[in-house]
Ligand binder design. Structure first.
Ligand SMILES: *Cc1c(COP(=O)(O)O)cnc(C)c1O
Ligand code: SF4
Length: 344
């Protein structure tokens, strides 16, 4: 068995094990774990320093997950799905959910409704339908592999998918969204990298939410991918009690650049059932954006986006910096000073 498979097999998946590791009451945990799956790799669990800290909040079930005010699928991903596993929302790109498994089940996951569940007929016929749809829809030039975590598939499965996509002439690029550099850096083997680099142009977006997740092993995993010529981006979710302050966020963004990962999106929490306790006000995100812009490298600044309900797409938000005064614009710089700009 490959090392990373052994690490998964050895991870914590039951309320009893977790309660014992953390020295907490297993009874309320058990009910939560029946509702939403639990998995934490031992190494990720070791990043916890104290109860309720940013790592704890991301991976340890919270009774607030049972508060059911929101919809399971507010972005209408199931409705935008032409064949099982594909989400086709934008004209030229498609998200393909190739795995329902992750190394760590994040408590804030936007796909809480499906992660950790068995995929109906994984592989085989379901993949044929997705490939057929992509191959017969010539507007699709960008395919985003997501899940779950695509890198929880083994190398052979993943290579089959990549090879079949590469054989479609109008698929210009492939992206993989994966949290394994954070939660299972051992997955980024040199064998995997040798395989991946045969399928360029290939982009990877990973998912760091807190500076403490940037461990030496995570940095090494990212270096391996970058050395294989894969441009790395990062998608962060703005999470209450995890990273909802400008100091933490600036440090995270700077440290990401230092490991050759370019911040891409900062996501406002989606209104997904069971995740309401992670939501912040939009003003918090805007305040963070205001504290980054101008104060640190422009490359460290992600787009702050809200994924609009009903599958209407991602909408970027910025703190107000422009005011129209007749024919001229009043522009506000990062320090709050204003300059006038004569528009055409
Ligand atoms: C986010 C997303 C994409 C990719 O959007 P980009 O802005 O190109 O990164 C594509 N399809 C769906 C359904 C998405 O949610
Ligand atoms: S790794 Fe991604 S898909 Fe998996 S549980 Fe975390 S947020 Fe959800």
């Amino acid at each position: 068995m490959e090392t990373w498979r052994r690490i998964i097999a050895d991870s914590i998946t039951t309320a009893e094990e977790l309660a014992e590791c953390l020295n907490i009451d297993p009874v309320p945990l058990a009910q939560l774990v029946r509702r939403y799956p639990l998995r934490i790799t031992r190494r990720y669990l070791e990043l916890i320093e104290e109860p309720g800290d940013p790592i704890w909040r991301q991976c340890v079930p919270d009774p607030l997950e049972m508060v059911d005010e929101q919809l399971p699928d507010p972005l209408d991903e199931e409705r935008l799905s032409p064949v099982p596993g594909l989400i086709h929302r934008y004209p030229d790109r498609v998200v393909w959910l190739v795995s329902n498994e992750c190394a760590v089940y994040c408590r804030f996951c936007m796909r809480k409704r499906r992660v950790g569940c068995r995929l109906a007929g994984n592989g085989g016929g379901v993949w044929d339908d997705a490939i057929h749809y992509i191959a017969t829809t010539p507007t699709i030039r960008d395919v985003i592999l997501s899940g779950g975590d695509p890198l929880l598939l083994d190398d052979e499965c993943l290579e089959t998918i990549l090879a079949r996509l590469r054989a479609i002439p109008h698929v210009e690029m492939i992206r993989i969204g994966t949290r394994t550099p954070v939660t299972l850096p051992e997955r980024i083997t040199s064998r995997l990298c040798r395989m991946l680099k045969r399928y360029h142009p290939l982009y990877i977006n990973t998912h760091f939410n807190h500076p403490r997740e940037i461990t030496p092993l995570a940095a090494k995993a990212c270096a391996r991918l970058a050395d294989s010529g894969i441009p790395l981006g990062n998608q962060t979710v703005l999470l209450a009690g995890v990273n909802d302050n400008p100091t933490v966020m600036m440090l995270l963004m700077q440290r990401l650049l230092a490991i050759r990962v370019r911040p891409y999106y900062l996501h406002q929490m989606d209104l997904v059932r069971g995740t309401g306790h992670f939501r912040t006000k939009v003003a918090t995100g805007l305040e963070i954006m205001g504290a980054l812009r101008g104060f640190t490298s422009g490359m460290a600044i992600p787009y702050f986006v809200i994924d609009a309900a009903g599958g209407k797409g991602k909408i970027p938000l910025l703190p107000d910096a422009v005011e129209r005064r007749g024919n001229s614009l009043l522009l506000r710089n990062y320090c709050g000073e204003t300059v006038e700009y004569e528009d055409l």
